[in-house]
Design a protein. Structure first.
Length: 259
C-alpha cells in the first residue's frame, strides 16, 4: 500500500453460530485485515460473534470489542456508533484495513447496518466491502428440514416483537413466515395460533448452529419458559391435499426426511 493511501472497511457476516458456516471469503478477509471490531455485551463484556470466529485461530491483538446498546432503542444510541466510526476511521486513514464482524449477514437485521449508515454519512469516500453470511433463517430452515419456498410461494421475515399483531394478515399473504427473536412474545404467539381458522405448522429453533441448539416441534411444551434471545419460529401454511407431497406431513412432524 502506497504512502497516503487509505485502507478498506469490511462488513463481514460470520453466520448464525456454527464456525463451519463461516465462508471461505470471510475467513480470508479476517486473516488479511489489520483490525477486527466486534460488538460485545455492555454488561458482561462477552460476545457471541467473537466466539463464532474463535476456531479460526486469529491473533488476539487484532480484536477490539465495542459495547453497544442492543435494544429496540438503538436509534437513540448513535453516540456508540459514532465512537466506533471514529475508531475505524483512525485505522483506515493510517492505511490499515478494518473489519466489523457480525452474526448472520451484515445486511440482515445486523449491528453492521447502524455502523454502515454512520460511515456512509460521515465518511462517504472510504472504500467499503460487504461480505455476506449465512442467516439464521436459512440455517434454521435447513436444521429443521423445512422448505422455505417453492414455485409461486411467498416468504415473510418479521421481528416478532414488532409484528405479532399482524400475524393473521401475514399468514394470509405468505406461505412461510419467520418470526425472529420470539422470546419476549412466545406465549402470545401460542394464543394467536390457537385462534387461527386454518392449520398452521410451526417449529421453534434456538441458538441454531451452536452446541446449545434446540429444535422443538411441540410449541406448547415451551409455554411459560424463559427462552433465548437467539430464537425464532417458522410458520408454514398447510396446502391442499392435491398439492402436497405424500411425505410433507412427516417433514413437519420431524419424523421424515427429504427425498
Amino acid at each position: 500500500m502506497s504512502v497516503g493511501e487509505t485502507g478498506t472497511f469490511y462488513g463481514v457476516g460470520v453466520g448464525p453460530g456454527d464456525p463451519e458456516l463461516v465462508t471461505r471469503k470471510a475467513a480470508r478477509i479476517l486473516f488479511e485485515v489489520d483490525r477486527i471490531f466486534f460488538p460485545s455485551d455492555s454488561k458482561s463484556g462477552g460476545s457471541f460473534v467473537r466466539r463464532v470466529v474463535e476456531p479460526l485461530g486469529l491473533p488476539a491483538e487484532k480484536f477490539c470489542g465495542v459495547s453497544l446498546e442492543m435494544s429496540r432503542n438503538r436509534f437513540s444510541e448513535r453516540q456508540g456508533y459514532r465512537f466506533v466510526a471514529d475508531q475505524i476511521m483512525r485505522e483506515v486513514h493510517k492505511g490499515k484495513s478494518v473489519a466489523w464482524i457480525t452474526q448472520g449477514d451484515p445486511l440482515f437485521y445486523s449491528t453492521f447496518l447502524f455502523l454502515y449508515e454512520e460511515m456512509r454519512r460521515r465518511f462517504p469516500a472510504i472504500r467499503t466491502e460487504i461480505v455476506p453470511g449465512v442467516t439464521s433463517v436459512s440455517a434454521a430452515a435447513a436444521r429443521a428440514r423445512v422448505p422455505i419456498c417453492r414455485l409461486d410461494e411467498k416468504v415473510a421475515v418479521v421481528p416478532a416483537a414488532y409484528g405479532l399483531e399482524n400475524l393473521p394478515s401475514l399468514l394470509n399473504g405468505f406461505t412461510t413466515v419467520f418470526l425472529l427473536k420470539i422470546h419476549t412474545v412466545f406465549d402470545q404467539l401460542l394464543s394467536h395460533l390457537a385462534s387461527m381458522p386454518e392449520r398452521i405448522q410451526a417449529v421453534y429453533v434456538e441458538k441454531v448452529g451452536t452446541p446449545e441448539e434446540r429444535v422443538v416441534w411441540d410449541l406448547e411444551t415451551l409455554r411459560g419458559q424463559k427462552l433465548s434471545y437467539f430464537s425464532l419460529v417458522v410458520l408454514r401454511k398447510e396446502k391442499g391435499a392435491a398439492t402436497v407431497a405424500e411425505n410433507e406431513e412427516e417433514w413437519w412432524t420431524g419424523k421424515g426426511t427429504f427425498l
